[in-house]
Write a protein that binds this ligand. Structure first.
Ligand SMILES: NC(=O)c1ccc[n+]([C@@H]2O[C@H](COP(=O)([O-])OP(=O)(O)OC[C@H]3O[C@@H](n4cnc5c(N)ncnc54)[C@H](O)[C@@H]3O)[C@@H](O)[C@H]2O)c1
Length: 253
């Protein structure tokens, strides 16, 4: 499907992978709606990108996502939805102060998994009304993580949420096939984004040691480039694609 002429809704679009994707899709001729949680970051991202519409809200909230979808359909044909919103709160299952709070686990699953599903279902509803373009009424990209497959200590909640995204990708592709909507999940390895801002030098070294080639952290443009290809390539559907330079996360010791 062409990027040009479509409207793209990008959650988590005011920073990191989402913002790089917004820049890429804008350059390719799309209009973009960025959904983020922080009004200050939304304002800054809109100023930096120029021409992006921003909606502040929570991806796990039905009304907030409906408002973002409506903002997109007001602009034109909502043909692309990219789920980049996510949180990476860490915590061991059994720590020094006892078992991980259930609230902490639920918070991560709510933002990452329920939030992604919420955007998928409401974006799909709008896309189903589009005329097909190159055979597709819409393309949805979700962001998983290689943590879904080789999660580390302290990542049970995050890994569960990302494994959920990987697991629902094929059944959603099957559900949405009758509407000619494709869905693909990208599972990045460690990328240089604000999510890693708090990472210690020791953790960064450890992440770098796990990389194979290229021996560097991912650049948000690498992610944006794959999203653009997913939109373009009609045979990509129902799949989770690792984007990690052959990185395999090892034990944190
Ligand atoms: N950076 C990495 O190493 C890495 C690796 C694998 C996967 N990911 C995933 O990539 C995605 C993008 O993260 P990033 O690295 O660009 O970091 P980031 O922190 O810059 O972006 C995440 C964005 O999601 C927003 N967000 C969080 N919860 C939200 C909610 N409930 N509603 C709306 N917005 C919400 C945040 O405000 C932030 O803008 C995330 O899903 C993350 O889990 C990142």
């Amino acid at each position: 499907m062409d990027i040009q002429g479509n409207v793209a809704l990008i959650t988590g679009g005011t920073s990191g992978l989402g913002m790089a994707t917004a820049r890429r899709l804008l350059d390719a001729g799309a209009q973009v709606v960025l959904m983020g949680r922080s009004p200050e970051r939304a304002e800054k991202a809109a100023a930096e990108l120029g021409g992006a519409v921003t909606v502040v809200g929570d991806v796990a909230d039905e009304a907030d996502v409906r408002a973002a979808v409506e903002a997109a359909t007001r602009l034109g044909r909502l043909g692309i939805a990219v789920n980049c919103a996510g949180t990476a709160r860490m915590g061991r299952v059994l720590g020094r102060s006892g078992p991980l709070a259930l609230e902490s686990f639920a918070h991560v699953v709510q933002a990452n998994l329920t939030g992604t599903f919420n955007v998928v279902r409401l974006a799909a509803e709008a896309m189903a009304g589009n005329d097909p373009q190159d055979g597709d009424r819409g393309v949805i990209v979700c962001t998983g993580s290689i943590t879904a497959f080789d999660g580390q200590e302290g990542q049970a909640a995050y890994a569960a949420s990302k494994a959920g995204i990987a697991g629902m990708t094929l059944p959603i592709a099957r559900d949405l096939a009758r509407y000619a909507i494709r869905i693909v999940t990208v599972a990045p390895g460690p990328f240089e984004t604000p999510m890693l801002d708090g990472a210690s030098d020791q953790l960064r070294d450890m992440l770098l040691q796990g990389t194979v080639h290229p021996r560097r952290l991912g650049n948000p443009d690498d992610f944006a480039s794959l999203v653009a290809h997913v939109v373009d390539n009609p045979m990509l559907n129902g799949e989770t694609i690792r984007l990690d330079g052959a990185t395999r996360l090892g034990l944190l010791r």
